[in-house]
Design a protein around this ligand. Structure first.
Ligand SMILES: [Ca+2]
Ligand SMILES: [Ca+2]
Ligand SMILES: [Ca+2]
Length: 266
C-alpha cells in the first residue's frame, strides 16, 4: 500500500539542475533501465492497462481492447532502443463514421516492490513523443500525456505536439506552458528517424513524498484520432527511480512545469 505523507510535487525542470538539496542524503537508486536489450525484450515490472476507446461515431463507437504486451523497440533510424511504442492500435477502419475521430486511452505502469525505508522518491526519464501528436488541436486533439502515482497525486499532465500547423490547426502544446509551440522544451528533436511529423524527446524529473514499500507509477496517454501507433505514439527511455530520505522542503509545491531556459512562450 502506498502511504503518501502529503502531495509533494516538484516541477519538471532540468532548468533547475539536479534539484539536489543537502537534506536529500541517503538517496538510493532502486531502478534504472535504458531498454537497450534486443528489440522485443519484455520487462515484467512494466505492464499495460486495457486500451479504452470512444468515438462519437459508430462504428467504431466505444469499447475496450486487451492490454498490449509491453516490450522495448528500436527507433526508426536505429539510434535508440526504448520501451514502446504506446498509444493504442488503429481503431475501426477508413469509412467508419467515427474513424479518425476516436479517443484512445492507455496506461503503462511500473511497479517496484520491497523498497527500503524512505520519505520521498525521485523519478526521471526521457519521454519520446513520436509522429503526428496534435497538442490542443480542436480537430485532431487534444493529445495528452500524464504521470501519476497509484493511490497518490498526478505528478504531471500536458498536451504535446509535433504538428507545426499551429495557425491552421491550433496544434499548440501545454508544455512547458500553455500555448507553446510544438517541440517546446524538448531536449532533442527529430533525432529518432520518424519522418511522419518527426519526434521530440523530453527529459522529465519529479520528486514526491512517498513512504510505502511498493510504488506504482502510471504513465498514461489520451490520444485523439485512433489511427494507431503508425500515426502517433510514445515511448520511455532511461527510467530512473531513486529513494530520497525526505522531500526538499524549500521547493515549490506545484505541478506547473517550468520553462527551460531559452524557450519562448507562444
Ligand atoms: Ca535506450
Ligand atoms: Ca495526428
Ligand atoms: Ca491526434
Amino acid at each position: 500500500m502506498l502511504s503518501l505523507l502529503r502531495p509533494y510535487l516538484l516541477p519538471v525542470s532540468l532548468a533547475f539542475g539536479a534539484m539536489a538539496a543537502p537534506h536529500q542524503g541517503l538517496a538510493e537508486e532502486v531502478y534504472f533501465n535504458d531498454f537497450n536489450g534486443p528489440p522485443g525484450s519484455q520487462y515484467p515490472e512494466w505492464r499495460s492497462s486495457s486500451i479504452a476507446y470512444e468515438s462519437a461515431g459508430d462504428p467504431p463507437g466505444k469499447g475496450v481492447l486487451p492490454p498490449q504486451l509491453v516490450t522495448n523497440t528500436e527507433s526508426a533510424n536505429g539510434a535508440q532502443r526504448f520501451l514502446g511504442e504506446f498509444g493504442g492500435p488503429q481503431i475501426g477502419k477508413p469509412g467508419d463514421p467515427g474513424y479518425n475521430r476516436t479517443r484512445v486511452d492507455q496506461t503503462i505502469s511500473l511497479t517496484l516492490h520491497d523498497l527500503a525505508p524512505h520519505g520521498a522518491m525521485r523519478v526521471s526519464f526521457d519521454l519520446y513523443i513520436l509522429k503526428s501528436w496534435d497538442g490542443n488541436s480542436p480537430a485532431y486533439g487534444p493529445d495528452s500525456w500524464s504521470l501519476g502515482v497509484e493511490g497518490g497525486p498526478i505528478l504531471f499532465t500536458s498536451s504535446f505536439s509535433n504538428n507545426q500547423k499551429v495557425r491552421t490547426e491550433g496544434s499548440y502544446q501545454d508544455y512547458p506552458i500553455p500555448g507553446s509551440l510544438p517541440h517546446s522544451g524538448a531536449v532533442a528533436g527529430n533525432t529518432l528517424g520518424y519522418r511522419f511529423f518527426g519526434d521530440s524527446v523530453y527529459t522529465l524529473e519529479f520528486v514526491f513524498a512517498h513512504s510505502g514499500r511498493t510504488l506504482t507509477l502510471n504513465f498514461r496517454s489520451g490520444l485523439f484520432e485512433g489511427k494507431g501507433t503508425a500515426d502517433e505514439s510514445w515511448g520511455l527511455d532511461n527510467v530512473r527511480v531513486t529513494t530520497v530520505a525526505s522531500p526538499p522542503r524549500d521547493s515549490p509545491q506545484t505541478t506547473e512545469p517550468v520553462a527551460p531556459p531559452g524557450t519562448t512562450p507562444r
